[in-house]
Ligand binder design. Structure first.
Ligand code: DO4
Ligand code: MG
Length: 302
């Protein structure tokens, strides 16, 4: 099942919805009250937290609240209308893995004065894992994402993100691991500054349960960038090209490291714009992943 969180702009009420069919979302009600979050649904699920679809289905059947997905996308984008979507849940901590695709390894080696560290990590058992963002540094669909004032070379990174609960992968979303290539390229020890700053990560638009994605290893990832309404970059790839297993990444993240429920784990990017490309303020980044949707954000300097 694919879940979205919807806010009523007037009353500020938040409602958890799930996709009923191609075009329609329905609110999830429990005892005639609307649920406001996936976290509430997980609480209801108790030990059956991996079975969210079956728990949500009867709660969805009795729904009175229905909204057209395209209308919700338009009103969220244009910041008009009664409803808008927001982050599908609260990402308590955001972590990320890097150099998990050959394309990423090749690009890091190109940008760096110390290329061998990237070749080593690509070929090692232990993956590169870094703390990416607190929830306060992350944004949702149609929010602004940041590029740093002190960075001259900035890119989005389109990534499949795992959502973890009780150390298990309970679902997926899209993550944009915004990155400064000039800062990271100067010295790999600057990685935390290249990766973590205000508005450095976008999450959304939906939370999709693990059981409703039959094969997370064959999802298409597409990234497009628009400047003044013109498409200036577009590329696509697939999670099938990843060099590591999602379960294994999760095992490495959780070794000697307790993570809170709803930790979100970005799994690395297969798409990197060419070296001459850098994001500018006002650009629009659109990331699409099969079965999850489209995550769209405008770029601002932070
Ligand atoms: O080593 C730098 C980070 C790599 C990364 O974020 C990625 O491959 O997605
Ligand atoms: Mg990345």
């Amino acid at each position: 099942m694919r879940f979205y969180k919807v806010i009523n702009n007037k009353t500020k009420e938040v409602c958890l919805t799930a996709q009923i069919n191609e075009t329609t979302l329905g609110g999830i009600n429990y005892k005639d009250q609307p649920l406001s979050s996936i976290e509430q649904l997980l609480e209801l699920a108790g030990d059956n937290f991996t079975d969210l679809d079956n728990i949500a289905l009867p709660l969805l059947n009795s729904t009175k609240f229905k909204i057209n997905l395209e209308d919700l996308i338009s009103s969220s984008k244009e910041k008009s209308g009664l409803f808008r979507m927001c982050q599908p849940y609260t990402p308590t901590e955001i972590w990320a893995a890097g150099v998990t695709y050959k394309s990423s390894e090749l690009e890091r080696k190109r940008e760096s004065d110390t290329p061998d560290v990237y070749a080593k990590v690509y070929n090692s058992d232990r993956p590169e894992i870094f703390f990416k963002a607190t929830k306060e540094r992350s944004v949702g669909p149609f929010d602004e994402i940041g590029i740093r004032q002190d960075s001259s070379w900035n890119v989005p990174e389109a990534e499949l993100a795992l959502v973890l609960f009780n150390n298990e992968i309970i679902g997926y979303t899209i993550g944009n691991d915004m990155s400064s290539r000039s800062i990271e390229g100067e010295n790999p020890l600057y990685l935390p500054q290249a990766k973590t700053y205000n508005k450095c990560c976008a999450i959304g638009p939906s939370f999709v349960t693990a059981s409703s994605i039959t094969n997370p290893n064959s999802l298409n990832i597409e990234c497009s960038i628009f400047r003044k309404n013109q498409l200036i970059f577009k590329d696509h790839s697939s999670t099938s090209l990843m060099s590591r297993e999602f379960e294994s990444l999760k095992e490495w993240l959780t070794k000697s490291n307790s993570i809170p429920n709803m930790t979100t784990f970005l799994t690395g990017t297969p798409i990197i714009p060419p070296p001459e490309f850098s994001l500018l303020e006002g650009d629009l980044v659109r990331i699409a992943i099969t079965d999850i949707g489209i995550l769209e954000n405008n770029v601002v300097k932070v």
